[in-house]
Ligand binder design. Sequence first.
Ligand SMILES: [Fe+2]
Length: 325
Amino acid sequence: MEALLSDDIRDTLNDVLITLPAPLESVDLTLARVRQAFSVLPAELLSRIASFGRHVSSPGALCLRNLPIDPRLPPTPVDGERSPLKETFISESVLLGLTEIIGTPVAFRTEKGGRLIHDVVPVPSGATTQTNQSSTVFLTFHNDLVFDESSRYDWANPDFVILVCVRQDPGRIARTYYADARHLLGELPPSIVATLREPLFRLNAPGGYVRNFADDAEVLSEPLAVVTGPSQSPEIRLAANGVRGITPEADRALIDLAEACRSVSHEFQLAPGDALLINNRKGVHARSPFPARHDGTDRWLQRTYVRREMWTIRRRASAGSPWVH
Ligand SMILES: [Fe+2]
């Protein structure tokens, strides 16, 4: 599903966003300011974005195009960290404005150092990993998961992932894919779906967690079903960093599922001014390989993790910040 802003609406929103101070001096105040700024959007568009986040029946991905962009950009950071050279904050404001419409941003200690705004760029040391730092490999279909001591990584994780394209890769090769679980269940034979609904799968913890906190050793979840819930509104969970089937049938089902993901997925090419809103429970997403130069010209996305509520993950809440879990 896509929505294209008119140039007039883009310029009106830009004129408000360009006046905002740098984000994150106070997150609550920043969110209030971007909420005010986004009120210049037509009610029909605001309603469409809100409905995407609200309804069980909504599509799993929404691409918004022709959003405001920063007038000047520094080089793409090469280390996955925030660029201290970015002088304007249009992309951050767009990201937080969209986040505010569908939920609340959430940060995790184990992901991007607990920052609310993630810079997603190719990093040399991560080029071939199954993480957001990769470039030369197909980043397999997955949900964004979060390590949790409960051994369920699909519990505290975000309900939504929002991506804003700051800079496209120079060759315009990179593609992002989304496979909706409703379409997957329609594609797969009933016997495979039945296997996916059994607790026969163990998910590896996210690559960033395994690398930084577990000496690169596998940290597997408890056995769980990849698919749960009603067939008209299923939830799906897959780890980019590896899924282990407990039986040969489970491994076979994973192979069939991967094929089905490729055949039912929608493809998105993100350019500056584009945002992709991803429901992280209704479907799985992936990214094509793309060339990375690590010279400041590379692809640069910014990302938030979004939850509809925080109460159920309150035991993870950090004493230092209400945003970090
Ligand atoms: Fe992801």
